[in-house]
Design a protein. Structure first.
Length: 263
C-alpha cells in the first residue's frame, strides 16, 4: 500500500516501528514453556502492574486469553452472560461451548452497554431445571458498537449486579488503554473489580502479536495449564514479548494522538 494512504480498516493493521523491530532482534530469550524466557517475564510483570493485578500470562491472541478466562470461571452447562454483539459471542467461533461446555446468554445492550438491572435479572437463579449463570463478560471498549467506552460508574454497577448473585466477572479489555484515555482514568481503575482482565498488544499499540491475561497469582497459575492445553505454549517467545514491552513503554502514551485524529 502506498505510503500516502492511511489504512483505517482496523487498528490491527499497524506494523512494528523500527524501535520495536530492534527490540525484537535483540531480545533476551529462553524457553517460555519452562518459564525461562526473561523478556516474557518482564512483559508479564509490566502488564500486571499496569492493570493492578498480581500476575499476568502472555498468550498469542486475545481470543485465547478470553477463552482461558471463561474456561476457569465457568462450568459445563452454565450460562455466561454477555452483551449480544460482544466480541466473545460474535467473533470467537463459539469457543466457550467448544472448549468449556458453557452457554452464551446474550443480553441486549444500548449501543453496546448493558443495563445493570438486566444483568441482575439474568443472574438471579431460577428453578433448578434452568441453567444457572456463573460468569459475566464485559467488553471495554466495545468493538462492534464502534469503540464505545463503558465508563467507570456503569462498569462498577454491572460488577455489583453480578456479584450480588455470586457471578465471576471477566473483562475483555482488548483496548483497555483506549478506554482509560477516554475516561481520563488509569488502566488499573478500568480493571478494578474484575476477576480477570485480558488486553491486547496488537490493537492500536503496534505489536505484531500477543495479549496478556491478568488476574490473581492463583488464576494465572491455572491459566498457564489451560494455555498449554489449548496449544498456546510458546518457546523463545521473548522475541514477541519485546515488541509488547515497547508497546507499553512507548505507544500507550500516544493513544491521545489517535483519539484526536479520530475525532
Amino acid at each position: 500500500m502506498s505510503e500516502r494512504w492511511v489504512d483505517l480498516r482496523s487498528d490491527t493493521v499497524t506494523r512494528p516501528t523500527p524501535e520495536m523491530r530492534r527490540a525484537m532482534a535483540e531480545a533476551e530469550v529462553g524457553d517460555d514453556v519452562y518459564g525461562e524466557d526473561p523478556t516474557v517475564r518482564r512483559l508479564e510483570e509490566a502488564g500486571a502492574e499496569r492493570v493492578g493485578t498480581e500476575a499476568a500470562l502472555f498468550v498469542p491472541t486475545g481470543t485465547m486469553g478470553n477463552q482461558i478466562a471463561i474456561h476457569l470461571h465457568a462450568r459445563p452447562g452454565c450460562d455466561v452472560l454477555l452483551e449480544a454483539e460482544s466480541h466473545v459471542y460474535l467473533y470467537e467461533l463459539g469457543a466457550m461451548a467448544a472448549w468449556s461446555g458453557a452457554l452464551p446468554r446474550t443480553l441486549r445492550g444500548r449501543n453496546g452497554i448493558l443495563d445493570p438491572a438486566d444483568v441482575a435479572a439474568a443472574a438471579a437463579p431460577g428453578p433448578y431445571y434452568m441453567a444457572r449463570a456463573r460468569l459475566l463478560v464485559l467488553e471495554n471498549t466495545h468493538n462492534h458498537a464502534g469503540g464505545v467506552v463503558l465508563g467507570i460508574p456503569r462498569k462498577d454497577a454491572l460488577i455489583a449486579a453480578a456479584r450480588a448473585h455470586g457471578l465471576a466477572v471477566h473483562l475483555d479489555g482488548a483496548r483497555i488503554f483506549h478506554a482509560a484515555e477516554a475516561d481520563g482514568a488509569s488502566p488499573a481503575e478500568e480493571a478494578r473489580g474484575f476477576d480477570s482482565v485480558m488486553f491486547c498488544l496488537s490493537k492500536g499499540l503496534g505489536a505484531p502479536a500477543g495479549s496478556l491475561l491478568c488476574g490473581s497469582a492463583d488464576l494465572v497459575r491455572e491459566a498457564r495449564v489451560v494455555r498449554k492445553r489449548m496449544g498456546g505454549g510458546m518457546r523463545q517467545a521473548g522475541i514477541l514479548a519485546a515488541a509488547g514491552l515497547v508497546a507499553l513503554d512507548r505507544h500507550v502514551a500516544r493513544i491521545a494522538e489517535d483519539h484526536a485524529r479520530a475525532r
